[in-house]
Design a protein around this ligand. Structure first.
Ligand code: PRP
Ligand code: ADE
Length: 171
């Protein structure tokens, strides 16, 4: 685990002064590390009833699609505005370095489908809180939110339902 942690590099003052950006491209580009990351996260969910993964644009797509493939389930895309072609539900939210809007197709789930949200990083929790609201407003059941890494000091998990957060790595 320490190997995975140490391959993520810090980029100071990106995208704004004062933010230390966790750059996961170094982990993604290393085949062994990428494989190990997906296996370790997927291991937690094998044998659980999961109907769909929700992947959050853009880095969440990488984690989400590999997890969906490994678990043999479909993936639903949560995208930045104006990218999804069909009718959407939208949420605007704050994140560590600004505000943004996310959208999901309004017919993404059947009622009661069990959904695992996947993203690379939990910081303030603004993004994932918006995604949880989108998922629940569309009538799906949240299994958990899974992250490669969590910035513990920002306390993003306090904004999420208790026992519904899993992060492989902590900073
Ligand atoms: C990053 C990251 C998470 C979010 C976490 O995405 O991938 O989605 O920020 O921050 P929060 O917990 O404070 O909301 P970003 O919006 O930078 O988009 P990207 O994946 O397209 O780079
Ligand atoms: N998303 C929000 N805050 C971030 C950070 N510090 N590093 C990488 N992604 C982020």
């Amino acid at each position: 685990m320490e190997e995975l942690r140490s391959i993520i590099r810090d980029i100071p003052d990106f995208p704004k002064k004062g933010i230390v950006f966790k750059d996961i491209t170094t982990l993604l580009a290393d085949g062994k590390s990428f494989h190990r990351m997906i296996d370790l996260i997927a291991h937690r969910y094998i044998g659980q009833k999961i109907d769909k993964i929700v992947g959050v644009e853009a880095r969440g797509f990488l984690l989400g699609s590999a997890l969906a493939y490994k678990l043999g389930v479909g993936i639903v895309l949560v995208r930045k505005p104006g990218k999804l072609p069909y009718k959407t539900l939208k949420k605007t939210y704050d994140l560590e370095y600004g505000t943004d809007t996310l959208e999901i197709h309004e017919d993404a789930f059947q009622p009661g489908e069990r959904v695992l949200i996947a993203d690379d990083l939990l910081a303030t929790g603004g993004t994932v809180t918006a995604v949880v609201e989108l998922v629940e407003e569309l009538g799906a059941d949240l299994v958990e939110c899974a992250f490669l890494a969590e910035l513990d000091f920002l306390k993003g998990r306090d904004r999420l339902p208790e026992n519904k957060v899993f992060s492989l790595l902590h900073f």
